[in-house]
Design a protein around this ligand. Structure first.
Ligand code: BG6
Length: 468
């Protein structure tokens, strides 16, 4: 497909807490992820436990040079990672940052830049300092805006010459579904009211807009975006009731994007708040701050789902944090995530029509069980044709969206190297072009091996998408 623009940002994505490990090294404090062990979905333990794969991750903290070299070999023009907030502010409410933490990201970004790879940095990717969860109840507390502001000022001042692309919160809309992981909210989900959740969301929205404002002041060249978990929702039947159900579900999901792109709460949300007794406490300055709209909208895309107004049929299936009614026309991954490449073209068009902001696909990929085998030359590899198929089919739909006239800045596939899964903390759910020898029982050498998809993606990038 010869439709990808010359400056298209091809690359891959990870998050600090899923790859770095070194969970207490160089002054790092605990984050919420350090107490979310294997197999746990949104739950927590009191203290870090040995079965928590994230404590060691894939040891990226010590092996980043080797990994960045491999990304460079594939031709990455961009590498998305996050900064672990608790490396910079171990508890989150300190006055002064931790120099050793800052120095690590200097080294990491320098390594990327050495190969001409732009860092794309998520400021907060499901890794709020645990102290803020336990002593402030995370984002339910307005004080978090101040702590986040201090944190972003430190990042922008420090990395202004190195990082041009920033994302404020990973999948900001997931705070409604996974309050501890996404919003560092200590109160168990079942005890939280809608009032609590939307108030916490409001604090994040204000903090995000503040980051855009400060970022533009400190780095006039920077591009600062929001990040949304996208999940196109189709009506289960052609009934108008199902169509309205879809509209309402999508409103709750995409109002986060509306606020980021338009700078104010949409009317349908005000109605929802009014009719559900939700009163968002706002400070007089909030409305002004929210007017700092993002430069681009980024999003993750893994699957689509259906919705219906019929309670008898509204049974949710497997899937990502949002979940939804399964689509009878689609097949699913080994983890039950329904595969829908055309949904990506659909969502790109929908977001473009809605916001008219450049779009960046910052997560997409297939979580699968991989088997390491010997190839004809006797080298260990993974014949991951299923992954190539998935990524190929999705990228073809990105090409279709470009033909539709949608402005797409780039594509960073998720888990470009195998990392620990976010929802279940498993290592056997692999997304990477690079296999990491580490297993869920903690065994493994941590050695890296190139999968077949490594060479495939290298060709895609080298041909700027023409090989698709
Ligand atoms: C997104 C997250 O929800 O999905 C990532 O931003 C996560 O952190 C990815 O890893 C895939 O989910 P999982 O649960 O398969 O790791």
């Amino acid at each position: 497909m010869g439709v990808f623009p010359e400056n298209f940002l091809w690359g891959g994505a990870v998050a600090a807490n899923q790859c770095e490990g070194a969970y207490l090294e160089d002054g790092k404090g605990l984050s919420v992820q350090d107490v979310m062990p294997y197999g746990v979905r949104g739950d927590r333990t009191e203290k870090p436990t040995e079965d928590n794969m994230k404590l060691i991750g894939i040891d990226f903290y010590h092996r980043y040079q080797e990994d960045i070299r491999l990304f460079a070999e594939m031709g990455f023009r961009v590498f998305r990672t996050s900064i672990a907030w608790s490396r910079i502010f171990p508890k989150g409410d300190e006055e002064e940052p931790n120099e050793a933490g800052l120095a690590f990201y200097d080294r990491l970004f320098d390594e990327c830049l050495k190969y001409g790879m732009e860092p794309l940095v998520t400021i907060s990717h499901y890794e709020t300092p645990l102290y803020l969860a336990e002593h402030y109840n995370g984002w339910t507390n307005r004080k978090l805006i101040g702590f986040y502001e201090r944190y972003v000022r430190v990042l922008f001042d420090r990395y202004k010459g190195k990082v041009k692309y920033w994302l404020t919160f990973n999948e900001i809309n997931s705070i409604l579904h996974a309050p501890f992981m996404s919003g560092g909210i200590g109160t168990p989900k079942e005890k939280l009211s809608r009032q609590d959740l939307y108030q916490a969301a409001h604090h994040e929205l204000v903090a995000s807009a503040l980051a855009v404002k400060i970022g533009h002041e400190v780095m006039p060249e920077a591009k600062i975006g929001c990040m949304i978990l996208s999940m196109p929702t189709y009506p289960l039947t052609p009934s108008p009731d199902d169509v309205i159900q879809v509209m309402e579900d999508e409103h709750k999901n995409y109002f986060f994007g509306d606020v980021h792109a338009r700078g104010r709460y949409p009317g349908y949300m005000k109605r929802y708040f009014r009719e559900n007794g939700i009163e968002i406490a706002m400070e007089p300055e909030d409305k002004e701050i929210l007017k700092n709209t993002v430069d681009f909208v980024s999003f993750s895309y893994y699957m689509s789902c259906c919705a219906t107004a019929d309670p008898e049929r509204a049974q949710k299936g497997e899937g990502n944090l949002l979940g939804g009614v399964p689509n009878p026309t689609l097949k699913a991954s080994e983890w039950g995530w329904q595969i829908d490449p055309k949904g990506l073209r659909y969502v790109l068009n929908m977001f473009w029509d809605r916001w008219q902001k450049p779009l960046f696909i910052v997560e997409n990929g297939l979580g699968a069980v991989d088997v390491l085998t010997e190839n004809e030359e006797g080298k260990l590899t993974v014949e991951d044709d299923y992954r190539i198929q998935y990524l190929h089919d999705h990228l073809v739909q990105v090409g279709e969206a470009l033909l539709d006239g949608v402005e797409v800045m780039g594509y960073t596939s998720w888990g470009c190297i195998d990392v620990v899964s976010a929802s279940t903390a498993e290592l056997k759910k692999r997304y990477g072009y690079i296999y990491v020898d580490r297993n869920d029982d903690g065994t493994g050498t941590l050695n890296r091996y190139k999968k077949k998809s490594f060479y495939w993606y290298k060709d895609v990038i080298a041909s700027n998408g023409e090989s698709l």
